[in-house]
Design a protein around this ligand. Structure first.
Ligand code: GLU
Length: 680
């Protein structure tokens, strides 16, 4: 049985601000008209708090060393509750306080959202090197407030021109052993092959070229000025954060693969550099200075490009030394690399217009499919209970419906979505997969009383293709709104934490090609996401923009920007955030904080056990989570529930109906929202 859905009335500012204290209006009161009112203290603070974190007792600047400094390193933790941040006209949220500060300073000067994205990426490559950087790739969506146009930019890494379908599977046609190294586990003595350590995992980096293309379209401050903050920080040093310290410690053996990476991340005795210690990266500062003065080409030609190629072609590494299968990347691969502007994937969802990233990312289509299926259900009736700043407690039926819709969407994703420059989608575009009547037929497969476990992909008149569902974790997301109202959502990655463990010129190289299927065929036929020369591996990254839907069905005002890291689970993190805001009326922080839940196409349903509102304890003789009514309720519907900790890194900005920007940074990471903030 399906229910009609009355569109929710969306006006968070009315919920949050008492009458007479609407910050969007008080911006003008700063000029005098607000004098003497009871809202003075909140308003007066606005002028002083730009790009500082506003707290009950005042404002604190990142890196100031003052009490409450958000840049002061704390241990990586599972979950640290965060408060909603409000700003008047501009805001940036990234996964690291230093990166947020850099982006915010650009916005404060009147820089564009794309300017800020460049500055943020340069700092992230330094302070969160395990997740993204100059050696990786990215996807960006941009909303131009003047032309009302959404554009998407594809900076995905490519396989080298010499890659063949077996590039990841065998050393060569004549030597069918898997790419080296083959390592021996110290405890068991078993040998295993870690593909990401071989040169074959490394794709031609795309993030810098993508930023260059987006900057040429939407930049406003001088390019060279966007590197200053990161270059200064790299020269002067910065304190290692909790997550960076944990990432180094977790990879301290594998970082020995490359002496350059080991020298930077490890102490002379091979131990990991620790939380809070000051680390300098002069090589990175030099690279940034070169990019600042010579432009993005400096990464794709010349000495830096040669160093990248040399690192990909390494034939041995480690101490004691072991053999490594080199990648086949040449200087020409870098010189020929192109970031691509692609059509964003946009579709209506109830009274909203949702835009995401198209192929080679599966993010946009899969999020839109899940929403299109959910549109057939009255989700508003299943909103979380016991609402708090952490998003409350999801209901069994809310979670059941969302995770079933995701199973169906992932089934199509795994089978049909890959780099569309090589493999066409069914019907030749995203339209067939997003067709409303097709999605209604998929929704009809959902049973209110029982999980479907594993879904089958929809049937289309296109060649049969086998499925693949690979992907790792090591990514970050930023959401930015500038003073003009332009918006950037950008997810950026080196694939797994610490990428391929190789470093050159102060940055790590990605292992993004492991997002391809190692096999090129399976029982279902040719696999869409198999390797080919110059092809881009399928991604799950899902930077997302939401707008209101005008009565005539056209795109209305900007409402929301979000995205997350998390490998293939990104899609679940983004869907729960969108449903949280659009269907359940949560604010940006609540939706971001809300329990991470959902399912890929398997019997397992995730319910993030790191969340304070989930009881992940194990009853005697029972299963983990067996003391939690949400978990047991799902199990009663046949879900195999995992309460493993989830590690989303969601950054969400919502523009309220009064024009206030509300930001939520993920409590599971070190992120921070900054802007022309005020304490409502
Ligand atoms: N490489 C993955 C992708 O492109 C992202 C990995 C992650 O989020 O950690 O979808």
């Amino acid at each position: 049985m399906q229910h009609p859905d009355p569109d929710p009335v969306f006006s968070p500012v009315q919920r949050r601000f008492p009458a007479g204290l609407v910050p969007g209006l008080c911006a003008t009161l700063l000029l005098g008209a607000c004098g003497g009112s009871s809202s003075d203290s909140a308003v007066a603070a606005v002028a002083d708090t730009q790009c500082a974190q506003v707290t009950d007792s005042g404002s604190v600047v990142v890196g100031s060393g003052l009490p409450g400094d958000p840049g002061a390193p704390e241990p990586a933790s599972g979950y640290r509750a965060k408060n909603l941040v409000s700003a008047k006209t501009y805001m940036v949220i990234t996964a690291n306080p230093y990166a947020s500060r850099a982006g915010c300073e650009v916005l404060k000067k009147g820089g564009s959202a794309v300017d800020a994205a460049v500055a943020v990426q340069m700092v992230l490559g330094l302070v969160e090197p395990q997740s993204s950087g100059l050696g990786g790739g990215a996807f960006m969506l941009h909303f131009d407030a003047k032309t009302k146009k959404v554009e998407s930019y594809d900076g995905r890494e490519t396989a080298p021109a010499a890659a063949t379908p077996d590039y990841l599977r065998t050393i060569s046609d004549s030597n069918t052993a898997p790419p080296l190294p083959v390592l021996t586990a110290p405890e068991s003595g078993a040998s295993f092959n870690l593909l990401r350590q071989s040169g074959r995992s490394i794709g031609t980096p795309g993030a810098v070229r993508m930023l260059d293309v987006a900057y040429k379209d939407h930049g406003s401050l001088p390019w060279k000025d966007l590197f200053t903050e990161a270059s200064t920080l790299a020269s002067n040093g910065f304190p290692i954060s909790g997550r960076m310290a944990a990432a180094i410690d977790g990879a301290k053996v594998l970082l020995q693969t490359d002496p350059e990476a080991a020298a930077y991340f490890l102490n002379a005795d091979g131990s990991a550099r620790v939380l809070g210690s000051i680390i300098k990266n002069p090589a990175y500062a030099a690279t940034l200075n070169t990019l600042a003065s010579s432009g993005a080409n400096a990464l794709y030609t010349g000495a830096i490009a040669q160093n990248i190629v040399n690192k990909i072609k390494m034939t041995s590494g480690g101490s004691p030394s072991f053999a490594i299968t080199p990648g086949l990347t040449e200087l020409s691969d870098l010189a020929n690399y192109q970031a691509k502007k692609r059509d964003p994937v946009c579709t209506s969802y109830r009274s909203y217009w949702v835009c995401g990233m198209g192929a080679p990312s599966s993010g946009g289509i899969t999020v839109a499919q899940a929403l299109g299926i959910l549109e057939n259900f009255y989700l508003t009736g299943y909103q979380p209970t016991s609402l708090d700043i952490n998003g409350g407690k999801p209901t069994v039926m809310g979670l059941h419906l969302v995770s079933e819709a995701e199973r169906l969407a992932y089934a199509d994703r795994n089978k049909y979505i890959a780099d569309t420059d090589f493999v066409a989608l069914p019907g030749g575009s995203a339209a067939a997969l997003l067709d409303k009547s097709y999605l209604r037929s998929r929704a009809n497969l959902i049973d209110f009383s029982k999980s479907m476990g594993t879904a089958s992909a929809g049937v289309f008149a296109s060649p049969a293709v086998g499925s693949s569902a690979t992907e790792g974790k090591g990514t970050t997301h930023m959401t930015i709104v500038d003073k003009q109202g332009n918006v950037v959502v950008m997810t950026t990655t080196i694939e797994s934490g610490m990428g391929s463990f190789r470093m050159t010129n102060g940055f790590l190289l990605n292992n993004q090609l492991t997002d391809f299927s190692v096999l090129s065929t399976d029982a279902g036929g040719a696999i869409a996401n198999s390797v080919a020369a110059n092809k881009r591996p399928r991604s799950s990254m899902a930077p997302t923009l939401v707008f209101k839907l005008n009565a005539d069905g056209s795109m209305g005002d900007f409402l929301l920007g979000t995205g997350s890291p998390g490998g293939a689970t990104i899609i679940q993190y983004v869907v729960k955030t969108l449903v949280g805001v659009l269907d359940w009326g949560l604010n940006a922080q609540q939706a971001t904080s809300l329990v991470d839940f959902g399912a890929a196409n398997s019997a397992t349903t995730n319910v993030g056990g790191e969340h304070p509102n989930v009881n992940n304890s194990t009853p005697a003789g029972g299963l983990a989570g067996g003391n939690d009514a949400l978990v047991t309720g799902l199990r009663a519907l046949g879900h195999t529930v995992s309460v493993n900790a989830q590690s989303s890194g969601i950054s969400t900005i919502v523009k309220t109906s009064s024009g206030v920007l509300e930001g939520g940074a993920d409590p599971r990471r070190e992120g921070l929202a900054l802007g022309d903030s005020f304490k409502p």
